[in-house]
Design a protein around this ligand. Structure first.
Ligand SMILES: [Zn+2]
Length: 88
């Protein structure tokens, strides 16, 4: 059980926080926030970041391919419209 002075958003002042089992609690007003959530979020993002490199690359490649297909399609449609317009 550790005690530390930190800024409390509810007191709007520096107050004494009591740290217990991954939770910090303001001794003045009782405002508390979890510390373990941040750790879980950090490890989760690290894991997903490490595992998600290949899928991200595949997504980028797929998006680029889709863009190329769309550009070719637009150009083809434009040529077809121009040709059909020329016939009329
Ligand atoms: Zn407080």
């Amino acid at each position: 059980m550790n005690e530390s002075v930190a800024f409390c958003p509810q007191c709007r002042a520096d107050s004494l926080f009591v740290q217990t089992a991954g939770v910090r609690r303001c001794s003045v007003c009782g405002f508390q926030f979890s510390i373990s959530e941040r750790r879980v979020a950090d490890t989760g993002s690290e894991n997903s970041g490490g595992m998600g490199v290949v899928p991200v690359l595949l997504k980028v490649i797929l998006i680029m391919l889709a863009l190329v297909v769309v550009v070719i399609g637009i150009a083809f449609a434009g040529c077809a419209l121009a040709l059909s317009g020329g016939h009329f």
